[in-house]
Design a protein around this ligand. Structure first.
Ligand code: T1G
Length: 690
C-alpha cells in the first residue's frame, strides 16, 4: 500500500490498482483527493503490473461532490477538470465503485471512469442546482450522453438523485454488486481484463443525443414543467442551457458553454446565498450548550391532543415515519372529522403516486383515535395542538401532568404563547417544550423547537433528534411572543397594514413580495390562514379593516372572499371594497393617502424584519443569525436564492440598513423604526451577521 496523499492510498491487488479515498465526512473532492486521484491514475497507467483501476471510497459514501468549503477561497491545483481529463484518457479500464451517494463532482468523476458498479442502496445525482450552480466538471455534457436528454434534464434541474437500480436501467451503472463492494468491483475489473473491453469514452457517445435532436420540444417542456417551482432561480435555466449545448455542440464546445455558465452562477449572488444556506441548515442542528453525547429520551409512542388541522398534520408527520400515534379529541364528531381528513390526505398522496396504496392503511393503522386523555399515559411524547388560548392550554397541561408517565416529554404546538407559563402549571417544567409546527404540519419542513427556562438538555436533544427523524429541519428558539418566525412576521404585517392605510393597494404590496420571491404576499397569506383567527362576532367592533371584513363574512379563502375575491379555483382578484375600507379608515385616522413608490413599500416590509431579527439575536432568543434565515426559508417561504433576512441584510450592508431605518424613523413611528442596538454596533464595526 502506498499513501499518495493523506486522503488517498494506492494498492495493487492481482493486477488491479485500487485507489482508496478516505476524506471524511463525505469524501468531498478536496485538494488532497484531487491530487491523489491525479497521481494515482498516472501511477497506474505507468505501472506495467496494473491492468485496471478501481476508484473506491472508505467511510459512509462515495465522493459526494466538490468540497463546498473550498469555494470561497477558490480551488487549489490540481483543478478537477485536469484530474478528470487524465482519467477520461486512461488507457486501462477505470472502474468507479459506488456506495452511499455519488453526487455532483463525485458523479462527474464516475462519468470519467469507463465503468461504474454500485451497491443497490447507492444514489447518483447532480444536485448542484440546490447550491445555485450547475455541474461544472462535465456533468452536463456526459450525463445526457449516458441516460438520455430527458432524464438528464430532470436530474440536473431537480437535483434529485436516482437509485442505483434506476441508474442500472438507465445505463449509468454497469452492475449492481451484491455483498462486499470492493470485492465486487475487483471481480468486475478482472472480468473486463480477461475478456478484453473497448475503452469507449462517454464524450464520444452520441446515440442518445441524436434521439433528442429529433424532439426539439423537450427543452420547452422542461422549462414549462419547472417554471412555477423554480420561479426566480437562475441555476435551473442555466442547467437546461448546458444540456441544450450538449445536444447542439461538439463535446469540447459544450464544455466551454458549461464552463462559462458555471462561472456566471458561481460568481453571482444566488449561488452565494444557496451555499450559505447549505451550511446554515446544518448549523441549526448544533446546540452549543447541549453536547452531542447528551442522553436522549426514546420516542416510541406519541400522543397528540387535538385532531384539527395542526393536530392531524402532526399525527401524520409521526405516522409517516412509522411512529404510532394516539390522537385525542373531546367529541367523537371532531375525532371522526380529524381522522377523515387524514385518510383523505393519504388517499390523495396515493392517487398522485407519492405513497403506495398499502401505505394508506399502514399509516392509518398507526393513528389511533381516542376521547380519553388517559390513553396518553404510556406515551413518550405528548403534543398539545388545541385552540390558541392560554387558559385552555394550562388546563390541558394540568391534566396531562397527572396522566403522563414519568419522563414523558410534554410539548405544546403553540405558535406564540409563553412556554414558561404553560410549564409552570406542571410539576415537571424540565419536561415541557414547544414544538411549533407550521401548517400543513405534514408538509412544511420547519419545526421551531421552543425551549423554556427550565427545559432540560435531554428534552431539547430529544426534540431536535425527533425533528430529524420526522424529516423536518428544527431550529431551537427561546420564549418571546411569536418566538422567532411569527415575531418577525408581525413586523412585516404591521407595515403592510400601514402601507395599505397610506394608500398602497393590497394587491401591489403582495405583488412586490411575490416578485421578491415569496410564494405569496402578506394579504394573500392572511386570506389563506383565515382572517377570523382570534376574531369573535359577539365582541367584534369593526375597529379594523380585518374586523370589518370578518363582519361582512369576508373571512378569507375559506369564504371565497377576504382581502381578495376568489373564484372556484381560489384564484384571487383585487376587491374594490377593501380599498374603500382602507380609504375610510385612513380618513378616520386623519391619514392622507398617497402614491407610494415600490422601493419604499419593499423597504418598509423587509427592513423591520431584519431589525427584529437583530433584536432577537441581541436577546438570545435565537442562537445565531443563520438560524433566523433557516426559519424564514423553511417556515415562511423567503426565497432561498436570497439566503434569508439576515443574509439579505449582509448583502445590503448593515450600515445601509441602519441608515434607512433611521430615515424612516425621522418620518414618524419613531419607536417602531428604532434600529436595534446590536445592529447599530455591528454596523459601526463594519461587521456582518455571522
Ligand atoms: N463539501 C463539504 N462539506 C460537505 C459536503 C460537500 N460537498 N457535503 C456534505 N458536507 C458536510 C456537511 O456540511 C456536514 O458537515 C457533513 O458533511 C455531513 O453532511 C464540480 C461544483 C452527502 C447527502 O451538493 O447532499 O460538486 O455539519 O449533515 O445528511 O460540478 O451532505 O458534520 O460539519 O448533510 O448524511 C455537489 C451536498 C457539490 C452534495 C449527506 N454535492 N451534500 O447527507 O450529512 S458542488 C452536493 C449532501 C459540485 C461539481 C460541483 C449531503 C449528503 P458537519 P450532512 P447527510
Amino acid at each position: 500500500m502506498v499513501q499518495i496523499t493523506s486522503v488517498v492510498d494506492y494498492e495493487v491487488q492481482q493486477g488491479v490498482a485500487v485507489l482508496s479515498l478516505d476524506n471524511p465526512p463525505v469524501n468531498a473532492l478536496s485538494q488532497g483527493v484531487r491530487q491523489g486521484l491525479k497521481e494515482g491514475v498516472a501511477r497506474a497507467m505507468a505501472d506495467a503490473a496494473v491492468q485496471a483501476v478501481v476508484i473506491y471510497c472508505r467511510g459512509r459514501t462515495f465522493i459526494a461532490g466538490a468540497d463546498i468549503t473550498e469555494f470561497a477561497s477558490g480551488p487549489a491545483e490540481p483543478g478537477l477538470h485536469q484530474v478528470l481529463e487524465d482519467m477520461d484518457n486512461a488507457t486501462k479500464p477505470v472502474i468507479a465503485a459506488i456506495h452511499g451517494t455519488a453526487l455532483g463532482g463525485g458523479l462527474e468523476t464516475a462519468l470519467c471512469c469507463h465503468f461504474r458498479v454500485a451497491v443497490a442502496g447507492a444514489k447518483l445525482g447532480l444536485p448542484e442546482v440546490n447550491l445555485g450552480l450547475l455541474p461544472g466538471a462535465g456533468g452536463t455534457q456526459r450525463l445526457p450522453r449516458v441516460v438520455g436528454v430527458e432524464k438528464a434534464l430532470e436530474m440536473v434541474t431537480t437535483g434529485v438523485p436516482i437509485s442505483a437500480v434506476e441508474a442500472l436501467d438507465a445505463g449509468l451503472v454497469d452492475r449492481i454488486v451484491e455483498g462486499d463492494l470492493l470485492e465486487g468491483a475487483l471481480v468486475f475489473a478482472r472480468e473486463k481484463v480477461a475478456h478484453g473491453c473497448e475503452l469507449k469514452r462517454i464524450r464520444d457517445r452520441d446515440e442518445k443525443l441524436q434521439s433528442a435532436r429529433n424532439k426539439p420540444g423537450i427543452f420547452a417542456e422542461c422549462r414549462a414543467a419547472i417554471a412555477a417551482k423554480k420561479r426566480g432561480f437562475l441555476a435551473p435555466e442555466y442547467n437546461i442551457r448546458c444540456i441544450e449545448a450538449a445536444v447542439k455542440l461538439p463535446f469540447d464546445e459544450g464544455m466551454k458553454t458549461e464552463g462559462k455558465l458555471f462561472m456566471e452562477l458561481m460568481t453571482g449572488p444566488q449561488a452565494a446565498a444557496q451555499q450559505y444556506f447549505f451550511f446554515a441548515e446544518r448549523q441549526a442542528a448544533k446546540i452549543p450548550e447541549v453536547p452531542r453525547d447528551t442522553a436522549e429520551i426514546p420516542i416510541e409512542k406519541v400522543g397528540v391532543i387535538g385532531s384539527g388541522t395542526m393536530g392531524g398534520g402532526i399525527a401524520m408527520s409521526m405516522a409517516n415515519v412509522g411512529i404510532p400515534v394516539t390522537m385525542v379529541e373531546i367529541t367523537s364528531a371532531a375525532l371522526e372529522r380529524g381522522l377523515g381528513v387524514i385518510r383523505k390526505n393519504y388517499e390523495n398522496s396515493a392517487r398522485k403516486g407519492r405513497i403506495g396504496e398499502g401505505d394508506v392503511e399502514h399509516r392509518m393503522g398507526l393513528i389511533r383515535g381516542s376521547l380519553d386523555m388517559n390513553d396518553l399515559a404510556q406515551c413518550d411524547l405528548v403534543i398539545e395542538a388545541v385552540f390558541e388560548d392560554m387558559a385552555v392550554k394550562k388546563d390541558i397541561f394540568t391534566r396531562l401532568d397527572a396522566i403522563a408517565k414519568p419522563g414523558a416529554v410534554l410539548a405544546s404546538n403553540t405558535s406564540a404563547l409563553d412556554i414558561n407559563e404553560i410549564a409552570a402549571v406542571t410539576s415537571r417544567p424540565e419536561s415541557v417544550i414547544g414544538l411549533h409546527f407550521f401548517s400543513p404540519a405534514n408538509v412544511m419542513k420547519l419545526l421551531e423547537v421552543v425551549r423554556g427556562e427550565k427545559t432540560s438538555k435531554e428534552v431539547i436533544k430529544t426534540s431536535m433528534s425527533l425533528a430529524r427523524r420526522i424529516r423536518k429541519t428544527a431550529v431551537l428558539v427561546g420564549v418571546c411572543h411569536g418566538f422567532v418566525g411569527n415575531r418577525i412576521l408581525f413586523m412585516r404585517q404591521y407595515q403592510a397594514e400601514k402601507l395599505a392605510l397610506e394608500g398602497a393597494p393590497v394587491h401591489r404590496i403582495d405583488k412586490l413580495l411575490y416578485d421578491f420571491g415569496f410564494p405569496m404576499g402578506a394579504f394573500q397569506m392572511s386570506d389563506l390562514a383565515g382572517l377570523d383567527i382570534g376574531w369573535n362576532r359577539e365582541t367584534s367592533k369593526g375597529a379594523t379593516v380585518r374586523e370589518r371584513l370578518c363582519e361582512m363574512d369576508r373571512r378569507g379563502q375559506k369564504t371565497g372572499a377576504g382581502f381578495y375575491d376568489y373564484d372556484e379555483n381560489r384564484k384571487p382578484t383585487p376587491a374594490p371594497v377593501v380599498q374603500e375600507l382602507y380609504a375610510e379608515f385612513a380618513t378616520r385616522a386623519g391619514i392622507t393617502q398617497r402614491e407610494i413608490a415600490d422601493e419604499e413599500i419593499l423597504e418598509r416590509l423587509l427592513l423591520p424584519m431584519i431589525n427584529e431579527g437583530a433584536k432577537i439575536l441581541d436577546e438570545g432568543v435565537a442562537i445565531r443569525a443563520s438560524d433566523i434565515d433557516v426559519v424564514y426559508v423553511y417556515g415562511y417561504g423567503w426565497p432561498v436564492y436570497r439566503g434569508g433576512p439576515m443574509h439579505y441584510a449582509n448583502t445590503l450592508g448593515l450600515d445601509r440598513v441602519v441608515e434607512k431605518l433611521r430615515a424612516y424613523q425621522r418620518s414618524g413611528d419613531s419607536d417602531f423604526w428604532e434600529p436595534s442596538r446590536y445592529l447599530v454596533d455591528l454596523a459601526e464595526k463594519g461587521g456582518r451577521f455571522s
